[in-house]
Design a protein around this ligand. Structure first.
Ligand code: SAM
Ligand code: SF4
Length: 473
């Protein structure tokens, strides 16, 4: 049993990162473990978790498990969890309650927790105290070892916990079962060294480790050859890509090289304002297959709060970057993340957040109430904003953000835009949904033969969160 340790998780050394290319191996015995058994996996949180789930699915299918969509039909249930906010925690513990109920009627069911919550010392302590009927717990660093963890738990008939609190390595040969035939995620880096004071990610995902460019480009080229239309490069801080490698190669180089593979669409998330270079803006502007869409979290409009958050930029430098991007790439869509109710946030600080939203007129924003994460510096700050005020601020901010989302969408009325059609829309018969190059969701009346194609669409109606349109030749 290996349990997580907060002190170890926050350590950063200058030790080189190991790149392991043959760490995932299956014996014949492990390959038989899932024969005639079904698995169900539920994923919480960000795209990185979604992509980890694609790896977990492929591993389970290598072991001959097959996927089912209903938890009740599964022999193995896994929750791939998110630790970013309290409500993500609560949802998982609610689900664990349901699984317990199921296990009472179907005792052979194997149940496990993985992902970011599994990396938290407090969560694993709680599991050991209250939920030790679970079968497996594993973290974000050792997904490749899932077959052995599962085999050990089954052999011992007891809870097997294997969570490593390490800086982490880069494992290159984990298989993947992609959810889509048209859009794919590629991890370009793991972990984060920014240590924003509110954020748990540097503790749950380890130190920043960029993948070597040749592995990323090869993965992108294979996707092009398989007919994929869109690639999203993933990392907590994508524009810091390469800073930890000793090869003088950074995000702008990677973007250019991935663009050369000929993939139709390249996206990247998430960009931290601190590492966004002029060269990167130029590369995005000069390559038609790099999409004019940038998610650029601001978090707060108050310099005092930004400093307390440890964000390393000011409202002025954010605005300067924002305007530079807008000027260079006129049709760019910029979205953001904002936290309200951070410790010490006064009415004036909040007004400054509203003010910067009024200046930037973001295409959209994810807005959150500050959530105390155990072990982070902000958890020790005095949480002096009442829940009532936090809710009031969130509501006011959402109204403003929605207003600008609607205005940004209005600009699309009667325009012709390229849309990658992804699948059936909930908006009715013979309607597909897809996204513009600028990441606007569009519902298009057309038949399923167009799924997976990039088509020109004339926008006929505009709503706050989506557009309607028809295909035009
Ligand atoms: N790496 C990205 C960045 O630096 O902007 C974001 C990663 S995080 C998964 C996504 C968003 O969750 C953050 O931008 C932040 O707005 C929000 N978030 C993170 N920790 C939070 C906390 N403790 N309370 C509330 N929101 C939080
Ligand atoms: Fe968290 Fe900050 Fe790293 Fe983003 S940059 S993952 S918010 S610590």
């Amino acid at each position: 049993m290996k349990t997580p340790n907060l002190v170890e998780a926050r350590k950063r050394t200058k030790n080189p990162v190991e790149v392991l290319t043959d760490n995932y191996k299956l014996t014949e015995e492990l390959k038989k473990l899932g024969l005639n058994k079904a698995y169900f996996i539920k994923t919480y949180g960000c795209q990185m978790n979604e992509h980890d789930t694609e790896n977990i699915k492929a591993i389970l299918e290598d072991m001959n498990f097959h996927e089912v969509d209903k938890m009740e039909d599964a022999d193995l249930i896994l929750l791939n969890t998110c630790a970013i906010r309290e409500n993500a925690h609560n949802k998982v513990f609610g689900m664990i309650g349901r699984i317990k109920h199921l296990k009472e009627t179907k005792p052979h069911t194997i149940a496990g927790i993985c992902g970011c919550m599994a990396q938290e010392e407090v969560v694993v302590d709680e599991i050991l105290n209250k939920y030790n009927w679970l079968d497996i717990v594993f973290g974000t660093h050792n997904i490749h070892n899932l077959p052995n963890i599962l085999a050990t738990s089954l052999a011992k008939k007891e809870l097997e916990i294997e969570v490593l609190s390490i800086e982490g390595d880069v494992i290159e040969n984990i298989p993947v079962k992609r959810d889509s035939l048209y859009k794919a995620w590629i991890n370009i880096m793991y972990g984060c060294d920014k240590f924003c004071t509110y954020c748990i990610v540097p503790y749950t995902r380890g130190k920043q480790r960029s993948r070597m460019p040749e592995f990323i480009i090869e993965e992108a080229q294979n996707l092009v050859n398989e007919g994929y239309q869109e690639i999203t490069l993933l990392g907590q801080n994508v524009n810091a890509y390469g800073k930890d490698l000793d090869i003088n190669y950074c995000m702008e180089n990677l973007l250019e090289d991935v663009a050369k593979t000929g993939i139709n669409r390249i996206r990247f998330v998430t960009s931290h304002p601190w590492d966004f270079t002029d060269k990167m803006i130029e590369v995005i502007k000069n390559n038609d297959n790099i999409m004019p869409y940038i998610h650029l979290p601001i978090q707060s409009g108050s310099n005092k709060i930004l400093k307390l958050m440890g964000r390393r930029y000011s409202r002025e430098s954010y605005l300067e970057l924002y305007n530079k991007i807008k000027l260079a790439i006129p049709n760019v869509s910029i979205t953001t993340d904002i936290i309200v109710g951070f410790p010490g946030e006064t009415e004036e600080d909040f007004e400054e957040t509203l003010d910067i939203v009024n200046s930037c007129k973001f295409d959209s924003a994810f807005t959150f109430i500050f959530s105390k994460r155990f072990g982070t510096p902000a958890a020790k700050m005095v949480d002096d904003v009442s829940l009532e005020i936090k809710n009031k601020r969130l509501q006011e901010l959402n109204e403003l953000v929605n207003n600008y989302s609607n205005l940004a969408n209005q600009k699309y009325l009667n325009k012709i835009v390229p849309v990658l059609l992804e699948g059936s829309s909930e908006k009715g018969e013979n309607t597909l949904f897809g996204y513009t190059d600028t990441m606007k969701m569009v519902n298009v009346k057309t038949d399923k033969t167009n799924i997976g194609k990039i088509v020109n669409v004339k926008i006929t109606d505009v709503k706050t969160w989506s557009l309607d349109g028809e295909i035009c030749n």
